[in-house]
Design a protein around this ligand. Structure first.
Ligand code: IPE
Ligand code: IPE
Ligand code: MG
Length: 243
């Protein structure tokens, strides 16, 4: 087992925005002969540690993919179990998040969640809204295409109302209408569990993100593995189309 000193992170080049596709909870549970929700529960524990380490490292924005617009296709017991776990997570973690000056945001239309989950989320949003530390974005009922469509629809309404000339539309205007409006794009997107795809995550914002894929299943993703992923990112040469 390697320890964190192995990775020699460059403290001057910690990404400002890290995004994570937390994948592999179901397989982790299956390996143990347990129901999928057992894996989601373990995934919650992993997340706790990653939020803490992000803060310690000086990451400014942490965006995690918790439930996609496509995840509604799963069995109802799993979907409602995930939303119940969300309440447990918020009730258990909120005081500490708040004490650490973390600001919670939700990306996605969470109005479609069960009432008790919405209440738990809104309690967290309200309590942490003036915090100035780590910005912790939880993507819930989030889809990158859905997010872009929402921004486009608002701009289209401005065009219809004569407030905006289509020729004056800019990338910045579209970007400002996304959930990430006002935030930097993620420099790095990490995906666990060995899957090599985005699954509709941050489609617009990932134009120049570095991707780091790890075979580790999300419940096994430790702060040390997180730092290894950041070290891998720091080893990349980013050219943005230049030479
Ligand atoms: C990620 O783990 C969590 C969610 C998508 C909610 P999965 O549940 O997708 O786990 P696998 O991919 O089936 O192992
Ligand atoms: C992506 O994982 C969504 C989340 C981690 C919340 P999935 O497990 O849903 O993605 P696919 O189905 O493998 O593409
Ligand atoms: Mg999965």
């Amino acid at each position: 087992m390697e320890n964190n000193a192995t990775y020699q992170l460059d403290r001057e080049r910690i990404p400002q925005h890290v995004a994570i596709v937390m994948d592999g909870n179901g397989r982790w549970a299956k390996l143990r002969g347990k129901p999928r929700l057992f894996g989601h529960n373990a995934g919650m524990e992993a997340l706790k540690e990653i939020v803490k380490r992000s803060d310690v490292l000086g990451v400014k924005y942490l965006t995690v993919y918790a439930f996609s617009t496509e995840n509604w296709k799963r069995p109802i017991e799993e979907v409602s179990g995930i939303f119940k776990l969300l309440i447990v997570y918020m009730e258990r973690e909120l005081d500490e998040l708040h004490a650490n000056n973390v600001k919670v945001n939700i990306f996605g239309d969470y109005s479609k969640l069960p009432k008790a989950s919405i209440d738990a989320l809104e309690t967290a949003l309200n309590k942490t809204k003036n915090n100035t530390g780590l910005v912790f974005n939880i993507a819930l009922n989030y889809g990158g295409r859905d997010e872009i469509m929402r921004s486009v629809r608002r701009l289209a309404a401005d065009v219809r109302d004569g407030k905006l000339d289509p020729e004056e539309l800019t990338e910045d205007m579209l970007g400002a209408g996304l959930y990430t409006g006002g935030m930097v794009d993620p420099e790095v997107i990490i995906r666990t569990s060995g899957e090599l795809r985005l699954s509709n995550f941050l489609l617009w914002q990932s134009a120049y993100s570095e991707f780091v894929f790890t075979d580790v299943l999300w419940p096994d993703f430790t702060p040390e593995e997180y730092e290894r992923c950041i070290a891998e990112f720091q080893g990349r040469k980013r050219r943005y189309g230049g030479v």
